[in-house]
Design a protein around this ligand. Structure first.
Ligand code: SF4
Length: 255
């Protein structure tokens, strides 16, 4: 039997933790991730000195990595303040764990944290709101969550809301917009800081899901949480699967 040769970091020669043709050790992989996010923020002027930035923190891996990286590079910006916002939709056996984790992470990073709930803002949790409407859970959840985040950032007089959208999310959204012939959204995707979307910033949109997950694991902030009981078949899930199949067949398309 031939012993497998360990993959080595292309920068320092230590054991590599990342593959896909970009072999890096833990230290250099994390540095590369933070460097990509920092460069994206600077190139696109996503964060300016003395700004107050709200960060949508669900407690899942993407938003946790987002808050962690922003907190880490924050001292490089003069007078910038972060406030994390977590939306509690009131979904039983799902939201409780992520809420607790979001609170723990914000406390650990010393970031102000606000929790806003469907119950406070719309009079009832998501399961009860669904009883009165003939609409899918995810559609209603998405609309109300966006509304509550907008209300909260408006009430705090905060100019920008950072979300944990990844490169994969952006690619899926672009493909869904093409498949549904959503011309307005296609134009807005090409110019994400225009019009109504000007308040949304996506610092992680230069990282793919693999990079975000690995960074979260290496920093000890990746947690497995129960899946939302309403999660089910969707166009996004199907598009994601198509991309995964393509990535397996053509590894270069992951960038
Ligand atoms: S899966 Fe649907 S209902 Fe559950 S949190 Fe996500 S958008 Fe909301």
């Amino acid at each position: 039997m031939v012993a497998e040769t360990p993959l080595l970091c292309k920068i320092c020669g230590a054991n590599a933790v990342s593959g896909r043709g970009n072999f890096l050790c833990e230290i250099h992989f994390c540095e590369m991730v933070e460097k990509k996010v920092r460069a994206h923020i600077e190139d696109q002027n996503l964060i300016l000195n003395n700004e107050h930035i709200a960060v949508a923190l669900s407690g899942g891996k993407d938003s946790s990595v987002l808050l962690y990286i922003l907190a880490k590079i924050l001292p490089e910006f003069e007078g910038v303040k972060l406030t994390a916002i977590t939306v509690d939709e009131g979904i039983p056996n799902y939201r409780e764990e992520t809420l607790t984790y979001a609170q723990e992470l914000a406390t650990f990073l010393n970031i102000e944290h606000r929790i806003v709930s469907f119950r406070e803002n719309f009079g009832a949790p998501l399961p009860d709101l669904l009883k009165k409407r003939n609409v899918s859970a995810c559609t209603l959840c998405g609309v109300l969550r966006r509304k509550i985040l907008e209300q909260e950032t408006f009430s705090m007089d905060v100019p920008k809301l950072a979300t944990g959208h990844s490169l994969d999310d952006e690619a899926e959204t672009a493909m869904m917009n093409i498949l549904t012939a959503n011309i307005d959204a296609i134009i807005n995707t090409a110019s994400p800081n225009s019009g109504k979307e000007s308040l949304r910033i996506k610092p992680l949109s230069v990282l793919n899901e693999h990079e975000i997950a690995l960074y979260g694991i290496l920093k000890g902030i990746f947690h497995e949480f129960p899946e939302c009981p309403y999660a089910g078949p969707s166009l996004r899930a199907e598009v994601r699967q198509i991309f995964l199949d393509l990535e397996t067949k053509y590894p270069k398309i992951t960038g």
